[in-house]
Write a protein that binds this ligand. Structure first.
Ligand code: SF4
Length: 408
């Protein structure tokens, strides 16, 4: 019998039906897609173009924009065209709530410019015959051959469905935990809406599902259930993940577990931006999550030791952070010039304890001198000692060696 250390890697990917969002394939075995969302007013055409461009440049493969009112709907085709003029063809997804049916009907150019529509089944009724909002959006999507994401959300759950399930639960001789019933309502809301969309003529290869919750354990349970009960392509994301490290940790914990179980075809890391913070951070976190788990490679990995009492100089921290920033800044250019550059592994280590060993495992690595060590920093290339750097220009010298390595 294999022991735990014989096995490494995620479970086989959950089989889903592939959906094309513009030119981007989601599900059906396609690489897991990183997406993000703007926080500009969509009616601000220039501001939205600038932010979509920044997100796309950071590596967002699809970008969602809110379409909340007429001015926003009117702006969408101009945003798409403005981006195209800059050579950016990243698919735009329209985020609709409450009045999406009206906006899409009144602004056909908006319906055409978007590559996908996000529908929240909690605020677009479909069961009541008088209420045709859901059906109207599906009809417009069908007419334009656009896919939809049916995105249930814990904070705006279909109240009629929830009340029905709660009443049934209360009448049951063995009532379930109220949270479990709410999770079931989330799953049913997504699945019933998808079934309704199919009844209305939408093919399965145009439907993506999501069911976002902000509590990690609820989110994991909901998505496991969703995957077990359907083969629709799945969009993973924690809603209201939070600010800073809280949001990053919560998203990584929840999405990491699901991805390891083979669940998830596209991810969005929702981070509440710090005041003046950089929106592209959520793309970076999404990429790093996929890369550290071994699903995809986006940028060269910089392995750096945490540092300890043996690293008293600031050279180590400065070099580790400056190499990471340098690589990330150069990547858009390097990607086009040096195919495969994202496979590169760089090591920046703080002393002789693990420095030479770890540096030898990288394509190129440097072991800086720790306290009490001779002021010399050996550089290793492809597992062999290549050169020793000394003096105040170590950082610039090492960057030059990284560039030489990539060019060669
Ligand atoms: Fe500390 Fe050296 Fe280990 Fe880095 S490699 S954590 S400096 S002992």
């Amino acid at each position: 019998n294999p022991i735990a250390s014989d096995i490494a890697g995620p479970a086989p990917r959950h089989r889903t039906t592939q959906v094309k969002v513009g030119d981007v394939a989601v599900g059906g075995g396609a690489p897991i897609v990183v997406q993000s969302m703007t926080n500009t007013d969509t009616a601000d055409i220039d501001g939205t173009i600038a932010q979509v461009a920044a997100l796309a440049r950071a590596g967002s493969e699809m970008v969602r924009i809110t379409v909340d009112r007429e001015e926003a709907a009117a702006a969408v085709p101009h945003i798409r065209d403005g981006l195209a003029k800059r050579g950016i063809t990243t698919p735009l997804i329209g985020d609709f709530h409450y009045i999406g049916h009206k906006l899409l009907a009144a602004y056909p150019a908006c319906a055409e410019a978007l590559a996908k529509y996000r529908i929240n089944p909690g605020n677009v009724g479909f069961k009541d015959k008088r209420d045709t909002q859901f059906g109207d959006i599906i009809e417009i999507a069908n007419k334009n051959s656009k896919p939809v994401r049916i995105g249930a959300n814990w904070g705006s759950l279909d109240q009629e469905l929830l009340t029905k399930l709660m009443d049934e639960n209360a009448a049951s001789p063995n009532p379930r935990d109220v949270r479990a019933v709410t999770r079931e309502a989330m799953v049913q809301s997504a699945l019933l809406s998808a079934a309704r969309a199919e009844e209305l003529g939408m093919p399965k290869d145009r439907i993506i599902l999501s069911a976002k919750v902000s509590a990690v354990q609820d989110l994991i349970a909901v998505y496991q259930d969703l995957a077990a009960r359907s083969d629709y392509a799945i969009h993973l994301g924690l809603t209201e993940a939070g600010m800073g490290t809280k949001g990053i940790v919560a998203s990584s914990a929840a999405l990491g577990i699901l991805l390891q179980q083979g669940i998830g075809d596209t991810i969005r890391i929702s981070l509440t931006p710090e005041p003046g913070g950089d929106r592209t951070r959520e793309v970076q976190v999404g990429q790093e999550l996929l890369q550290t788990m071994g699903f995809r490679t986006f940028v060269p990995l910089v392995a750096a030791c945490p540092g300890c009492g043996r690293t008293t100089s600031t050279t180590f921290q400065e070099l580790a952070s400056s190499i990471q920033g340098f690589i990330r800044d150069e990547m858009p250019t390097w990607k086009t010039k040096y195919p495969g550059v994202e496979e590169l592994n760089v090591a920046v280590m703080g002393c002789i304890v693990n420095g030479p060993g770890e540096s030898k495992h990288a394509n190129i690595g440097i072991s800086l001198p720790g306290t009490g060590e001779a002021p010399a920093a050996p550089v290793f290339v492809d597992g062999k000692k290549f050169r020793t750097l000394r003096g105040p220009t170590i950082s610039a010298d090492f960057k030059a060696l990284v560039i030489d390595y990539i060019e060669q």
